[in-house]
Design a protein around this ligand. Structure first.
Ligand code: FAD
Length: 267
């Protein structure tokens, strides 16, 4: 892990308030596992905004020669993501990473169900790519379940489809695909022996974990907490861990020990 200066080669609107950014590096930075993230400094020469912001790596690619790239998919939420929308190809981006621990594919899973909500889909798209290429899993054993509040917020659906894997999509308001929650898709698709990997808004994560427990399926959760340093020092991003009754509380940092946790370790 180190701080690197990347060069933006793409910054394209993909859905409402949602953009895909490609950052090229020379030479290529470290090997990345799906679920790891980078910490972005929007204006390296300024004090404001002082803190970096975390974004999942959505893809890693070869740009040719000695140059490779990472893709991000970001939703405009506040100052930094707002500044990112104004960055043109050729601009420099100060990036720390890759950080954290990613998903650990379950070797003997029946199928791998990727359950993503909103802008939680980027690390799951990367996981799908790595399951197929790095782990040689057959395409029909990787299933993408994608949910969004409405059609105009859906992202990554065509990217998942281009991988040749089964893709099921829902919108809360029924403006596209099935009307309902992504957990409705999960309840219908999941079979005994499947492994669940999830990322999305906190309420959705609770619902996915509860359903995985009901169905007795293994489940890995990427937790998105606001963080300061990204290196495990400031402890702003800690999450509660499950402890036996009466035991003292236990915390883990999202940035260093996560962001991906086994659902069994969460309360
Ligand atoms: C591991 C990880 C991976 C992530 N990956 C992605 C991704 O792939 N794509 C994506 O779009 N987002 C991702 N996020 C979320 C993203 O980092 C935040 O949305 C980020 O804060 C946006 O920065 P901003 O300056 O644009 O908005 P901010 O100004 O940081 O505000 C974003 C929102 O968070 C609230 N907020 C800010 N600070 C705090 C705080 N300390 N406590 C409570 N609420 C606060 C604000 O009120 C606002 O609603 C990820 C987060 C984590 C932890």
């Amino acid at each position: 892990m180190k701080s690197v200066q990347g060069r933006i080669t793409l910054n394209r609107r993909e859905a409402r308030n949602t953009y895909r950014m490609r950052v090229a590096f020379e030479p290529f930075p470290a090997r990345v596992d799906a679920g790891q993230f980078i910490h972005v400094r929007a204006l390296p020469s300024e004090w404001d905004p002082l803190l970096r912001r975390p974004f999942s790596i959505m893809d890693a690619g070869e740009e040719g020669g000695n140059v490779s790239s990472w893709d991000l998919l970001y939703l405009v939420q506040g100052r930094v993501s707002g500044l990112m929308t104004e960055m043109q190809p050729g601009a420099r981006l100060d990036v720390l990473g890759p950080l954290g621990h990613g998903y650990r594919p379950v070797p003997d899973a029946g199928r791998h169900l990727l359950v993503g909500g909103g802008v939680g889909v980027p690390p799951l798209y990367f996981l799908a790519r790595q399951l197929l290429s790095r782990h040689q899993v057959a395409a029909d054993r990787v299933v993408a379940l994608v949910g969004a509040r409405s059609a105009d917020l859906l992202a990554c659906v065509d990217d998942f489809r281009a991988l040749g894997i089964p893709v099921r999509v829902s919108t809360d308001d029924g403006t596209a695909f099935e009307k309902g929650r992504v957990t409705d898709l999960m309840r219908r698709e999941a079979r005994p022996g499947d492994a669940i990997y999830t990322c999305g808004p906190e309420g959705m994560l609770h619902a996915v974990v509860a359903l995985a427990r009901d169905l007795q399926l293994s489940c890995q959760v990427s937790v998105e907490r606001n963080m300061g340093c990204g290196l495990g020092a400031c402890k702003t991003c800690v999450v509660d861990m499950r402890v036996p009754p009466g035991a003292p509380p236990k915390y883990r940092t999202t940035c260093r020990e996560g962001p991906v946790f086994d659902a069994g370790d969460l309360p």
